[in-house]
Design a protein around this ligand. Structure first.
Ligand code: ATP
Ligand code: MG
Length: 676
């Protein structure tokens, strides 16, 4: 299912997904394309950095998140993926990681929870002196704990006449304080939930753009989309559950202490029943985790199917596969529905089952209290506290089971972020200086991971001299695009090296090297957004004059001005509002506007008509001499403008020379074109 993330159809974008489209900052220095090669480079910035801005995160926040994601304590273990035994560790570690950018959240929520429970517990405790006053009873039997005594002493100073209204007012006040604290708790929890989901989306985006291309291009697109959508959202939910857990644990702890202070004997009775319940919940937790795993997997499967369907609407119709596609989607959707049903059922079943255990608790407490002769006010307060403790206890079990279902989500997110962090896009440190003499391949071999056993490039040696127009030809699959991929440093050679003016490409800073290149290919890879945004993708500060000139060079001016809105016309998802040849011309303009030192055209005019191609050729020929051009083309007409032709065959250089020389000799090129 793995498909090239950048190159494959679909590319992981949904229609309507906002494209990165920051306003362009223009510098008031019109410069004719091809005359001031340094100017555009000086203002061009890598598009990857704009993503964080588009996602609404400030640069500082982005840096902090990335730092958090790369903190050494949660670096991915290099070994195999974690098995079920690791899951117990995974959940707390995963939650800690989500909370790491917000170190104050956990203590704050715990504090709010403790304070709220203390306010409520104290309010309930005050019922003892209230009942004492009402019943005129002598407080605190010997069997009762110290709390009743403290409370009696504390209210002793209140004159008997005022005692009831004053105590009533205090109870009301305490419950009001508890309410305000719990509302604040809920607000913080909701905020951190949204924040965490947002963080995960931004982190996944930066991981995809900043880690090794060879790694990300092999990821399953459905899984990646699921990480962006459901799993990020679920991470937020897990965080929110952690907040609930904190509040609940605080209440349980505070109430347990208060119960023990009221009567340790009765508290022991309660504990004797709660412990087996806890064991039962452990079993449910394990089951819930397994079901959660299945749910995440089915979601990823469904995302893949949705992506395939949305990006293949035309193909499916043309091949009459509508029914089959709907059925495949329905099957994936049904699997998700069933998995969600099972998980939901397991979670919701816990609470009613646990409730069964609580009925005997009340009966046992009553019986023991009678035997010990505990006074009515204390027993009443104890039962009231116990009654109030019941729902946090139930919630505690419920949250434990529910959280377990999120462990897989946290593991999958952490796995992608860790793996991406462990595979940063390779780059040297030296800024790439302007090209002076040549780029040379020295015995370069390359094999795609997961690809065929035979290398895509096998001991390739060649030179591209400054200002030269070199054409690269060869049969389909002979390694032309692979060579370009290595030259652009999307992949690293397995053996051999690439030298730029004698310096290994591996030692150069990759961003500064790419600033000297521009690429236009066969799949023009437009992004949803306007024509203008697509053209200025690699050069956001381009002036209107520069845009005009680039459009003219690419023979695109006429059709762009005829579009509704002109430069501001929407190209649609992946450029689907335009024809293939129009898309290619926008992609060419996008390359020209960068005023590159090295222009790489990988069958960049394969979809345009002959007349337009001839126009574009003229433009390219005008650049020759000042710009180094690497052309991949099949048509003889295109090859003739090259100073040198290099013929690849099965990943090796088969022959090279001027077009005239090669056509005159009885080589591969001559034979191929004899067929034309
Ligand atoms: N992402 C990939 N993963 C695995 N194998 C790949 C990948 N891309 C290309 N290959 C393989 O590498 C070899 C060279 O492919 P490449 O794309 O360089 O050919 P090409 O000369 O550009 O062909 P075409 O003229 O069809 O574009 C082919 O055998 C191809 O199957
Ligand atoms: Mg190719």
């Amino acid at each position: 299912m793995a498909r090239d993330l950048a190159g494959g159809a679909g590319g992981g974008r949904y229609p309507g997904q906002p494209g990165a489209s920051p306003g362009t900052l223009r510098i008031p220095l019109p410069a004719p394309v091809g005359t001031r090669p340094g100017a555009a480079r000086a203002v061009c910035r890598p598009a990857a950095h704009r993503l964080r801005g588009a996602a609404g995160a400030t640069r500082r926040q982005g840096a902090r998140l990335v730092a958090a994601a790369q903190a050494p304590w949660h670096r991915a273990p290099a070994g195999p993926p974690p098995g079920p035994a690791d899951m117990n560790r995974l959940l707390p570690a995963g939650l800690l990681r989500l909370a790491q950018p917000y170190p104050w959240v956990v203590p704050l929520l715990a504090l709010l929870g403790v304070l709220a429970s203390m306010a409520e517990g104290l309010g309930i405790g005050l019922l003892i002196p209230v009942l004492d006053t009402v019943l005129g009873a002598t407080p605190a039997t010997s069997a009762a704990g110290p709390l009743a005594g403290y409370l009696a002493a504390a209210v002793d100073w209140i004159p008997a006449d005022y005692r009831l209204p004053l105590l009533g007012g205090m109870i009301f006040l305490l419950i009001a304080v508890k309410t305000v604290l719990l509302i604040s708790h809920a607000r913080v929890a909701a905020w951190v939930n949204g924040r965490v989901a947002h963080d995960q989306r931004v982190l996944v985006a930066s991981s995809l753009l900043e880690s090794d291309y060879a790694y990300v291009s092999r990821l399953d697109q459905g899984q990646v989309i699921s990480l962006f959508e459901q799993q990020s959202e679920r991470a937020g939910e897990a965080m929110s559950l952690l907040c609930t857990l904190l509040a609940t644990v605080s209440t349980v702890l505070v109430f347990t202490v208060l119960l023990a202070l009221l009567s340790w004997q009765l508290t022991l009775v309660v504990a004797a029943v709660v412990l087996p319940v806890s064991l039962f919940v452990r079993t449910m937790t394990r089951r819930s985790r397994r079901l959660g795993e299945a749910l995440v997997q089915t979601w990823a499967g469904l995302s893949t199917r949705i992506l395939e369907l949305v990006t293949s609407l035309r193909t499916v119709r043309l091949f009459g596969a509508e029914q089959a596609e709907v059925e495949r989607l329905a099957a994936a959707s049904n699997a998700t529905r069933r998995a969600a049903l099972r998980t939901g059922f397991a979670i919701s079943m816990t609470q009613p089952l646990v409730e069964l255990f609580y009925i005997p608790v009340f009966l046992a407490v009553l019986a023991v209290a009678l035997r010990l002769g505990i006074g009515l006010p204390v027993l009443f307060a104890f039962l009231a506290l116990l009654y109030r403790l019941q729902s946090p206890l139930k919630r505690l079990d419920h949250v434990r089971v529910e959280l377990a279902a999120y462990a897989v989500t946290l593991r999958d997110l952490a796995r992608l972020l860790d793996e991406a962090a462990a595979r940063p896009a390779p780059s040297g440190s030296r800024p790439a200086p302007p090209l002076r003499a040549q780029v040379a391949f020295e015995q370069v071999s390359f094999r795609y991971t997961g690809g065929a056993a035979v290398p895509a490039l096998d001991g390739v040696s060649l030179q591209i001299r400054r200002g030269e127009v070199v054409a690269l030809v060869g049969a389909s699959g002979s390694g032309k695009s692979t060579l370009v991929n290595l030259l652009c440093r999307l992949y690293e050679p397995e053996r051999g090296r690439i030298l730029v003016d004698g310096q290994p490409l591996a030692e150069l800073d990759v961003a500064s090297w790419r600033q000297r290149l521009a690429f236009a290919g066969q799949d023009s890879d437009l992004m949803a957004g306007t024509v203008r945004e697509n053209i200025t993708l690699g050069c956001p500060e381009a002036t209107p004059d520069q845009i005009d000139q680039a459009l003219r060079l690419a023979s695109a001016s006429d059709f762009v001005s005829a579009l509704p809105g002109g430069l501001d016309a929407e190209v649609g998802p992946r450029g689907s509002n335009l024809s293939g040849g129009q898309r290619q011309r926008i992609a060419l303009a996008r390359a020209f506007i960068r005023q590159p030192e090295l222009l790489i055209l990988d069958e960049a005019t394969s979809a345009v008509d002959n007349v337009t191609e001839a126009e574009i050729q003229l433009a390219i020929e005008a650049l020759a001499g000042r710009t180094t051009i690497l052309l991949i083309a099949h048509r003889l007409g295109t090859l003739r403008m090259a100073g040198r032709v290099i013929v690849l065959e099965a990943g090796r250089v088969a022959e090279q020379g001027t077009p005239a020389e090669l056509l005159a000799a009885d080589g591969l090129l001559a034979r191929q074109h004899a067929l034309e």
